[in-house]
Design a protein around this ligand. Sequence first.
Ligand code: COA
Length: 707
Amino acid sequence: MSKKVNGKVIDALLKPQSIAIIGASNKSGKIGNTIVQKLLEGKYGGKIYPINPKDKEILGLKAYPSILDVPEHVDGAIIAVPAEATLQVVDECGQKGVNALTVITSGFSEVGRTDLEEAMVDKAHSYGMGIMGPNIIGILSNSEQMNASFAPLLPLEGKASLVSQSGALLIALDMATFTRRVGFEKLVSIGNMSDVNFGDLVEWLDQDEKTQCIALYIEGLKKGRHFIEKCRAARKPIVALKAGISEHGAAAAASHTGSLAGAAKVYKAAFDQAGVIMADSVGNLFDRTLAFSLQPPMEGDNLLVITNGGGVGVLASDAAEKCDIPLKFAPKDVQTELKKHMPEFGSAKNPVDITGGAGVDWYYESVKYAYAHKWVDGLVVLYCETAVTDPIEIAEGIHKAITETGLGKKPVVVSFLGGERSDQAMQWLVENDIPAYDAPDKAVCVLSGLRQYAKICTMDNSPFKIYDHVNRDQALNIINKVRTEGRDALTEIEAKQVFAAYGLPVAETRLARTEDEAVELATIGGFPVVMKLVSPDILHKSDAGGVRVNVKNADDVREGFRTIVANAKAYKSDATIIGVAIQEMAPWGTEVIVGSINDPTFGPTIMFGLGGIFVEVLKDVTFRVAPVTNKQAFAMLKDITSGPILDGVRGETRRDQEALATVISYYSQMISDLANEIAETDANPVLVYGEGKGCKIVDARIILKKK
Ligand code: COA
């Protein structure tokens, strides 16, 4: 937490000892009236102090003209006065010694009044107070019986807490807790996040004994790295719905990496690193929250599905495959035992089809055996409503089988498909700690989340150890020289010099300003060579006819030099042409790309993928917020679809993945160290050779931040 936002501040927001409502009103329908009314209705146990300049009493409570007139200490204050009146009110709260402010008022940064918002935060901080909001609906806490908001009711009681950036959505979800039977301990509206942000709340809720699962609705993070750090440190499951993940800004990017790095991919990478499980819809957020609130993680990959309907079994199989927990046939002993609890025409494979005639006994026996069996890591029980069975009885049978074996040992989720009786049965199951869903794919999907969470719990969290072989000053000198020349793009040679300062294996490349120099350099280095245009104004050299490969002798070098310069002039008549780079002709290797962007939310972010000229078409890339350890870099190689290419295909040997992981890790330190300078980079292609033979960066690009 930041210095100002500490545990005491969040205590005063989420479980205040006493509350003043500034802007409390007797006028029904006003927000300042509703909040007092809701605090009273919820039976909040602390003292409530309505503050109003004129009225002596509000909703039966003694009111005060100013918070300064309250005789006792006030822990938290809710501010519901118009935006222009907030500074004075915040000042009075500070004088009074209030610990934290819940600012309901709108009209700040969300409408361009960032100045007012900053002034309010500065004032609060000058008194050591923290701020939730502004522009929020308030805070609801079941254990405090505190509805400090203008939402109608405290949510259905439960073991999860939800933090939402959208106030309206929070109110809607509050009411949906009753219809969807997903309970919450706390609902927190976070609004503009002028001070308290998601990371602070994750840290606090992780310590809150009433919260088992943290659910987040995020529109945009303000302190991305702080969020990753706090989520990674948390010991409770965190599930997040991120809104606004449409790709944007890609067209304007100068590098391949920039054009491939949309908000969705970077957020996904950051959430993965933070150990946050993503929900893809409001419904999915609820479904996952319910499962995390009631069930333990799934410690292995063995999922067993028991069903009375072949169709829903197939749907579950499909969903399992899609969600990365594909079904496997159960071992022989499991099949033999399960066969005893189904007719001859049933199937004991997986899904286990106990058939449409299955009554409560068959459900009970098969669920009990399967749940207790050590091969089974997670169980999905499906039921289609039939005329020969009663959904409530089936639900009770399933519950009995699980509780007799020991509910909570491993995850179990249920899906009932049918009418009203099935809905009632599912409601009963949820009330008795077994999550139930109205579709088989939902049940399987939440179980895959529980599997994902088990993997998160064992995730490699080892810190990045800074490499000391690097020469940061040398890299900065090159960058500074480029800046003094008024450029924001390094030439390929300069970019390779920066890479080399970080120990990255670049193909040897020298600048020839004249034909004679070109011949001399090629002769010294040895033929064949690659020749490439060097111009700060033409970044995509191939498009301008600025590249010649496999140039074998002096005459061809001369001819190549003339042609490259002529092509460049024809391509862009006013381009500054510095010369032609003479580069060693690196032997063939598997082409990959390593690159980076400086993300506005998460800062330096590294990309790895299959490289070469098709990278933007194939888009087979993966991202990580930098820096990354060697081990994390290695994991990136496995992320991409074409990752197996690096294991060697069609008679090729395994590629030098260790060397490639090292390149990615060094690269990640480079972009972190130089984050104040570098906007985007590409190393494309990076040629990866056979085992023990390393890699070579053949082309390099660095675009600086505009200053
Ligand atoms: N100290 C104490 N009370 C004060 C005050 C002060 N310095 N200044 C004004 N008040 C009182 C007013 O007299 C009024 O009481 P009254 O009804 O008895 O006259 C009360 O505070 C409210 O002030 P008013 O000027 O009537 O404002 P309002 O109720 O119309 O609107 C807000 C105030 C905060 C609700 C409004 O500015 C706002 O921001 N609305 C949007 C909030 C929102 O939707 N947030 C969530 C977004 S998701």
